[in-house]
Design a protein around this ligand. Structure first.
Ligand code: 3BY
Ligand code: FES
Ligand code: FE
Length: 419
C-alpha cells in the first residue's frame, strides 16, 4: 500500500497533487474514510422529501443512506441496512413509504426508524434495540448535509449562522426539483472539484455559460490585459461594488465570504452580477421561470455562488437554483448529481420551459466532464508531473487542494497517535 502520509507531507504547495491521489485505489479508500466518512456532505434538498413518507437513497461509497421525512415532518437519515441480517432495505433512489418493510424476513420499521414488527423472534427479543442506525443530518435553509461519522465536525452551526441569511431569501424549502441529472464523470472526485473552483477554463470551454456569467468575476492577471480588456474589467469591478450595495440594501447579503481556509466545514459564497439582461443562467440571460424564488420581486438578484468542501457547489438565482453534489464512485469515476429547483407552484410548460431551464448547465456539465476526463487520462501517464496553479485564477483550487491535504494529514496523524 502507498504511504499516503509521505505523499501528503511532500506535496508541493500551489501545485496539483501527485498522480496517486487521482489514480490509486488505496488512496481512494482513505479518501472515502477520512474525507467522505468524517465531513459534512451535501446530498440533496428538503424538497427531495417534501411529504411525510418520502424517501431518498444516497450512496456514499459502500454506505447507502436513507433520507426520509417522518410523520412529524422531520427529515431524518438512517443507514439503508436491515438490523436483522443486514439486507439493503430500499432499492429505488426515490419513493414514498408508509413504513419500511425489509423484503427478506419482513421486519418493519416506521419513519422514525423504530422496528415495529418482527415475527418469530421469541419472547426475549427487544424490538427497541433493533431500530435503524441513524446518520447525522442537518438542513441549511433546505440544503441537506449528512455526516457518516459518530462525531461530526462541530462547526456546521457556524457555517449555518453565516450562510443562513444568504440562502434564505431564495427559500429552498418552498421549491420543487424540476429536473435531476446524474452524470458519471470519467475522473477522480478531486479533479471534478478542482475544475469547479476556477473559471480559467471557462472562456475556452463554456460557450453557453459565459453568456450569463462574467469571466472577470473569477480573477485575471491585470498586467496581461489589453487596454480594452482592462476597461471591461474595471467596469465589471464597478458593477460588482454597485450591485453589492443595491442587493444588500434589498436584504440580499452579497459580499464575498471565504472560509475555505480556516474551517473544517469549509465554504465560500459570493453574489455575482450576471451579464446581458442579468436575470438568470439561461442562453438569453432572462429568467427561465416566471415565478421567482422566495419573496424576491426582482429577477435581477445576481447569482449567489455557494461552495462547500468537499463535495458541492450551488448557484442560487432569482428565478431558480441549481445545486450540485459530487459522489465518488471509484478512484477514476465520480457521480455529478445536478438538481434544478423552481418555485413549488411553478408549472412546467406554463411558467417555465424545461429545456430552457436546464440548457446552460446541461451543456456546461458535459464540457466540464470532458475536461476532467482529459486530466484523468493525463495523470495516469508517466508524463504527468504536478503542475502550477495560477496565482490569479486558481487560488481557490489551491484552497481546495490545501484543505484536502490538511484534513488528510490531521486524521492520519490522529489515527497514528491512537495506534
Ligand atoms: O466552471 C464552473 O463550472 C464553475 C461555475 C462558475 C465558474 N466555475 C467556478
Ligand atoms: Fe431484513 Fe431479515 S434481513 S428481515
Ligand atoms: Fe467549468
Amino acid at each position: 500500500m502507498v504511504d499516503v502520509m509521505s505523499h501528503l507531507v511532500r506535496r508541493r504547495k500551489d501545485h496539483t497533487l501527485e498522480a496517486p491521489f487521482y489514480t490509486d485505489p488505496d488512496i481512494f479508500d482513505v479518501d472515502m474514510d477520512v474525507i467522505f466518512g468524517r465531513h459534512w456532505l451535501f446530498v440533496g434538498v428538503e424538497p427531495d422529501v417534501a411529504e411525510p413518507g418520502d424517501v431518498m437513497v444516497v450512496d456514499v461509497g459502500k454506505n447507502s443512506v436513507l433520507i426520509l421525512r417522518d410523520d412529524d415532518e422531520e427529515v431524518r437519515a438512517f443507514h439503508n441496512v436491515c438490523r436483522h441480517r443486514g439486507a439493503r432495505l430500499v432499492h429505488e433512489e426515490k419513493g414514498t413509504v408508509g413504513n419500511i418493510m425489509c423484503r427478506y424476513h419482513s421486519w418493519v420499521y416506521n419513519t422514525e426508524g423504530e422496528l415495529i414488527h418482527a415475527e418469530h423472534m421469541g419472547e426475549d427479543f427487544d424490538k427497541s434495540c433493533h431500530g435503524l442506525k441513524p446518520v447525522h443530518i442537518r438542513s441549511l435553509e433546505g440544503l441537506l448535509f449528512i455526516c457518516l461519522a459518530d462525531d461530526p465536525p462541530d462547526d456546521f452551526d457556524a457555517m449555518a449562522e453565516i450562510m443562513g441569511p444568504y440562502i434564505s431569501p431564495h427559500n429552498i424549502r418552498e421549491t420543487k426539483v424540476a429536473y435531476q441529472h446524474d452524470l458519471i464523470e470519467p475522473g477522480n472526485w478531486k479533479l471534478t472539484m478542482e475544475n469547479n473552483r476556477e473559471c480559467y477554463h471557462c472562456g475556452a470551454n463554456h460557450p453557453e455559460l459565459t453568456v450569463p456569467l462574467f469571466a472577470y468575476g473569477f480573477g485575471f492577471a491585470p498586467e496581461e490585459l489589453s487596454a480594452e480588456e482592462r476597461d471591461h474589467a474595471d467596469k465589471y469591478a464597478a458593477t460588482l461594488t454597485d450591485n453589492h450595495k443595491e442587493w444588500e440594501a434589498m436584504g440580499l447579503p452579497s459580499r464575498e465570504v471565504d472560509r475555505l481556509d480556516d474551517m473544517v466545514t469549509a465554504f465560500r459564497a459570493e453574489r455575482l452580477p450576471l451579464a446581458g439582461a442579468g436575470e438568470s443562467h439561461t442562453i438569453d440571460t432572462r429568467r427561465a421561470c416566471r415565478k421567482l424564488l422566495g419573496n424576491l420581486t426582482n429577477a435581477k438578484a445576481g447569482g449567489l455562488h455557494f461552495w462547500t468542501q468537499p463535495n458541492s457547489w450551488h448557484h442560487l438565482l432569482g428565478d431558480h437554483a441549481v445545486v450540485f453534489s459530487v459522489l465518488p464512485l471509484d478512484a477514476e469515476h465520480s457521480l455529478l448529481r445536478t438538481k434544478w429547483l423552481v418555485h413549488k407552484d411553478a408549472v412546467e410548460g406554463v411558467d417555465y420551459d424545461l429545456d430552457n431551464l436546464i440548457g446552460v448547465w446541461m451543456a456546461t456539465n458535459q464540457q466540464d466532464s470532458d475536461l476532467v476526463g482529459y486530466c484523468q487520462q493525463g495523470v495516469r501517464s508517466d508524463g504527468y508531473i504536478p503542475g502550477p496553479y495560477s496565482p490569479h485564477t486558481e487560488m481557490l483550487v489551491e484552497k481546495f487542494s490545501n484543505w484536502y491535504v490538511e484534513r488528510m494529514k490531521s486524521h492520519l496523524s490522529e489515527s497514528r497517535s491512537v495506534a
